[in-house]
Design a protein. Structure first.
Length: 398
């Protein structure tokens, strides 16, 4: 019960990882300031600062819900003052609020760029600046993300806050960063990966437990960029199946961590993933071992109105030795064929023809192909991620 009577100020705490950390602290009897902008629930994003506050108090803590858009300096200042007036100070600041878009430079409107920079970078800095005099420890996320320039800038900016403030306030407070090893089931992941992605994820509890460990360290433990699984392993946790949404199912590795694909596959198996996470060397060959045309003929048999409705994307495949092909999963009942689509593709994928056939036959995971450099992606990464779900439907017929 090390956090009894401690006060945590958590941005983005109405759902997901932020709420999981809040509930973890509440079980110790902590005071939790739930600083988030959603005070009304929506069909796509259920849960508000008030429902989160009810859960915190039910778990044994005290809650202070505050409507805060961390781009608004006045709202941050008012929430910090309210927290100090209510609980006498702030012991721990958790900068969790974040915005994400994995589109490329040419596909990302400046409104979306401003949103990510405003929340991830400016919001983190602004919240810290207002709460600094009350804080003894503080964690935020980092992202070595090579995919989307705008998102990379926003996340690297948060990382620079960690580096700079850890040195500036060394000896006074600790400033550390925390990032997940695998995909975490959150509303953001549901929107990125679509229906069914949850079974490839861990629950937010793993981030809460790792944050609890990090935030319990002495103040001289500062300036570290940490991964949830590594933190928990170093503190004696060996069984990670407890965090799996669907124990035994292959886990989706986080896209933004540096590691060799083979190493990631081994590590996923160690905490519950099945060998299916790796390319299945024992898997039966595709039903047709012929040229690329046969693969697209088989794909045509899988596409239907339901697939189009669930995907809403146009894909272009640039292949060595077999030219350009397209897959229209946005219009009508869908279509595939040789050549470029009639309209600009949402996602352009470039890879070797043999690897393409393996990917659609279930012998190569799109995630693994991307991380190993065999698959290059340009365009809307949200739709690129949806393609992996589509592979699951196709594999049984290809």
């Amino acid at each position: 019960m090390i956090w009894r009577a401690c006060t945590l100020f958590i941005t983005g705490a109405s759902r997901g990882i932020g709420k999981a950390i809040a509930l973890k602290a509440a079980r110790d009897g902590a005071n939790v300031v739930i600083a988030a902008k959603n005070h009304r629930t929506t069909p796509k994003l259920p849960g508000t600062i008030y429902t989160a506050a009810q859960e915190v108090e039910a778990a044994g803590g005290k809650a202070l819900p505050c409507v805060v858009d961390i781009r608004d300096e006045q709202q941050i200042g008012e929430a910090v003052k309210k927290a100090v007036d209510t609980f006498g100070g702030i012991d721990i600041l958790v900068n969790n609020a974040s915005a994400i878009s994995l589109t490329g430079t040419l596909e990302t409107p400046m409104k979306r760029v401003d949103l990510m920079l405003g929340i991830n970078l400016r919001g983190t800095y602004l919240t810290y600046a207002h709460a600094r005099t009350h804080v003894r420890m503080h964690t935020r996320t980092l992202s070595p993300c090579p995919v989307s320039t705008a998102y990379t800038m926003a996340k690297y900016g948060m990382s620079m806050c960690v580096l700079g403030m850890a040195e500036e306030f060394r000896g006074q407070i600790a400033v550390n960063a925390l990032w997940p090893k695998t995909a975490i089931q959150t509303a953001a992941m549901d929107m990125l990966g679509g229906e069914g992605v949850a079974k490839q994820c861990r629950t937010a509890d793993i981030m809460a437990d790792a944050a609890y460990t990090v935030l319990s360290q002495p103040n001289h433990y500062t300036g570290h960029f940490l991964v949830d699984e590594d933190v928990l392993r170093a503190n004696g946790v060996e069984d990670f199946t407890q965090y799996a949404v669907q124990p035994g199912h292959p886990l989706l590795p986080d896209f933004f961590l540096d590691a060799e694909p083979e190493t990631l596959a081994q590590q996923m198996e160690q905490h519950g993933a099945t060998p299916a996470f790796k390319p299945a060397s024992e898997a039966p060959p595709p039903s047709s071992a012929g040229p690329i045309e046969n693969t697209f003929d088989l794909i045509k048999g899988v596409i239907n109105d339901e697939v189009v409705k669930a995907t809403k994307g146009i894909y272009q495949f640039n292949r060595q030795h077999s030219g350009v092909w397209f897959m229209d999963l946005k219009n009508g009942a869908g279509s595939v064929g040789r050549g470029e689509p009639n309209v600009k593709a949402d996602v352009v994928m470039t890879m070797d023809s043999d690897d393409f056939t393996k990917m659609f036959a279930g012998k190569m995971k799109p995630t693994m192909a991307f991380m190993s450099g065999k698959l290059r992606i340009k365009g809307d990464m949200t739709l690129a991620i949806k393609l992996e779900k589509l592979m699951g439907r196709m594999n049984s017929k290809l």
